[in-house]
Design a protein around this ligand. Structure first.
Ligand code: ZN
Length: 674
């Protein structure tokens, strides 16, 4: 969640100031951003010349790309592959995915609807005796209500995944409560946990904290409740809210609206495009077009990475909105933007576990991750990982390329599964790459960070990218124990695996039509030439090539078995600006050095958003490289799966385990000495 509007006494503000001179010197766009911010800090002065004296880089691009207001014309594109409905894929009950989902569900059930609705009722002038929530949901927080939106999405997705009636009832109770508040408030459709005056302040250029960001969470939650549970009440409420947004955004000039977009507004564009798709009413998409921020989109359209100093999770949802606009219009500008954005973020701004950003931002030039790592302990905000994965699913639908799946797997396994605390279901804000970091975890009812809300959605739909399909092909992308029911083709299939605890997966056809269809089995890039595919126990003729799909076209019969053996190997990923700093992986599993948690206070573990490693210094050994091959000096620990040991230069032994299972202090990037 964007932080510059939080109280100035926060520690992070002084940290930001400390870094500012370096950033200013390095990034011309920072000046443009700051100039843009200043225009929103005070009401617009009609006599002032808003144009800078000299043109900035972003201004001399081919401005005609966005010189005119957008015109929305519905023309749906046909994706090449599609995901399955959540209910078509059932997770095996005892694997790590279903386990994480159960922990998150337990947390959701412990937070009661009356507490979630408290601020809405107070704002609407309705009585409430509930104990208010704390943290970012406390009664005077300007973000209050955002977590309630995530909660509705979580309920909707969980119900779609499992048919969980208890969770659906929770979602229905929230929808009904918000509907009651909406009808109590003035006509026009506005409803939120904070009063409409926050939007007056936004319009006047006064200090606010992302009111559209919070409104987006509510609208997305309501639309999810409609789409996944069939709630007509939720659709009614969100349509009224959209009408209010349409009216509000129709007032400012386009130039003024572009200035207003400098305040974080989440996925407003996305939810409005989604509403247009669901209702068939272009009005909502035209409203969504008002949330296309041209100053951000122009460089991306020209394949220029000018992300320095931009707040990451403010902008990733804007790229998702661009992707949705492309899907509804076929406008190629809005496919080029997400494609380039994804490439530059994933290839040059992403840490080994799959996350991006430092202090919630892209703080410097591309390919400076070592610099980022040292500059702060706040890396890889969870919301960013979640939203990058969401974007990836759109891109994969357009072009089912292996690189998208590989990125998705990396993030899901290491970042997402690694940020939910076992049993409590509490989640982290960041996944720090600082030396000897630890995971700081939210509390039961006094935190409600943005990332805690995002997690409710994440852990309700973990199975959504295991399989994809086109008309007559099934893509098996992820190795996750699960059952698939491909209803339109009459195919049912069971996947059994302990992956990554075993380097293989087994598929059994449970039901199939008589005609031929193609099973496209992903052979991961991280395996080696010994990978094998067996059909009914017999190896296929072709040698599977890592990083490709093997296409098995035949008339499948119930009982047919396909096995994929994919030996895992050790690899390393040096950082571009300091190649002696290296992360180690076994297959797709990021390994982390293990260090004792020691005496860390409750506040250091739970109240702070990031590990303050400077307050609890712990020396991390430099690893001694002994031999050309990693297998010569990173050795398996007998009897312990996915566990290795390596020696430090002073003879210390370091144990390496999967990052996603690391709940002590951990270290991902080691300095290596040969
Ligand atoms: Zn977040």
């Amino acid at each position: 969640m964007k932080t510059e509007n939080k109280p100035l006494s926060r520690r992070r503000f002084s940290l930001g100031l400390a870094m500012a001179p370096l950033a200013l010197a390095a990034t011309p766009q920072f000046e443009a951003q700051e100039a843009a911010k200043k225009t929103t800090a005070a009401p617009p002065d009609k006599n002032a010349n808003p144009q800078p004296q000299t043109k900035k880089r972003w201004q001399i691009y081919e401005e005609e790309h966005f010189a005119h207001p957008l015109v929305f014309e519905r023309h749906d594109i046909q994706p090449k592959v599609q995901p399955f409905a959540l209910s078509d894929v059932t997770l095996a009950p005892d694997g790590p995915y279903a386990q994480s989902r159960a922990w998150s569900r337990g947390f959701m059930l412990r937070i009661t609807p009356d507490r979630l609705l408290h601020n809405f009722r107070v704002t609407a002038g309705l009585p409430s005796t509930a104990v208010p929530l704390g943290g970012n949901e406390k009664p005077d927080s300007l973000l209050r209500g955002h977590w309630v939106g995530h909660y509705m999405s979580g309920c909707a997705l969980l119900y779609a995944s499992t048919g969980d009636a208890e969770i659906k009832a929770r979602g229905d109770a929230i929808v009904a409560g918000i509907a009651e508040c909406q009808s109590k408030l003035a006509p026009g459709g506005y409803v939120s946990a904070f009063p409409q005056t926050e939007f007056d302040r936004l319009e006047m250029g006064q200090k606010v904290w992302a009111p559209f960001y919070t409104l987006h969470k509510l609208m997305a939650g309501l639309l999810d409740m409609h789409e996944h549970t069939g709630s007509t009440q939720a659709l009614d409420v969100v349509v009224k809210m959209a009408a209010w947004v349409d009216n509000w955004t129709a007032s400012p000039s386009e130039d003024r609206m572009q200035e207003i977009l400098n305040e974080e507004f989440g996925g407003m564009g996305e939810v409005l495009y989604n509403l247009a798709a669901v209702t068939g009413e272009d009005r909502w998409a035209r409203t969504g077009d008002r949330f296309q921020k041209k100053i951000f989109l122009r460089p991306l359209l020209n394949r220029c990475d000018e992300l320095e100093q931009l707040h990451a999770n403010t902008h990733i949802p804007q790229v998702i909105a661009a992707a949705r606009r492309h899907e509804l219009t076929g406008d190629s500008r809005f496919s080029a933007i997400p494609e380039f954005f994804w490439e530059t973020v994933v290839e040059s701004r992403t840490f080994a576990p799959g996350g991006s950003g430092t202090m919630e931002r892209w703080v410097t030039h591309a390919n400076h991750l070592a610099w980022e790592m040292k500059s702060s302990s706040e890396h890889q905000e969870c919301c960013c990982a979640y939203n990058m994965m969401k974007l990836t699913r759109h891109l994969y639908g357009w072009q089912p390329q292996m690189r998208y799946v590989e990125y998705y797997e990396r993030n899901l396994l290491n970042h997402r599964l690694g940020t939910i605390e076992p049993e409590t279901g509490h989640t982290t804000y960041f996944l720090s790459m600082a030396p000897a970091a630890w995971k700081t975890i939210g509390t039961e009812d006094q935190t409600f960070w943005c990332c805690n809300g995002t997690a409710l959605e994440e852990f309700a739909k973990l199975q959504n990218s295991v399989y994809f399909h086109d008309d007559d092909s099934l893509y098996v992308n992820l190795y996750v124990a699960s059952d698939l029911d491909w209803k339109t083709r009459g195919v049912r299939l069971k996947q059994e695996t302990q992956f990554p605890r075993e380097p293989r997966t087994r598929l059994t056809i449970v039901a199939a039509p008589q005609e031929k269809w193609t099973l496209r089995l992903r052979v991961p890039s991280w395996t080696n030439a010994d990978a094998r595919i067996l059909v009914n126990g017999t190896p296929i003729d072709a040698q599977p090539q890592p990083g490709t799909y093997v296409n098995l076209n035949r008339s499948w019969k119930p009982g047919d078995r396909v096995e994929l053996e994919m030996p895992m190997r050790l690899t390393r990923e040096p950082l571009g600006d300091d190649p002696a700093l290296q992360a180690f992986l076994y297959g797709p599993v990021v390994l982390a050095g293990q260090f004792p948690l020691g005496q860390l206070s409750f506040n250091m573990l739970h109240k702070s958003e990031e590990p303050n490693v400077k307050a609890a210094p712990l020396a991390v050994p430099t690893l001694a490289e002994k031999g050309d091959r990693l297998e010569q000096w990173i050795l398996p620990v007998d009897g312990q799966q996915l566990t290795f040991r390596a020696a430090g230069t002073a003879g210390e032994e370091v144990t390496l385990k999967p990052l996603n299972e690391s709940w002590q202090r951990f270290n991902v990037y080691f300095r290596v000495s040969s």
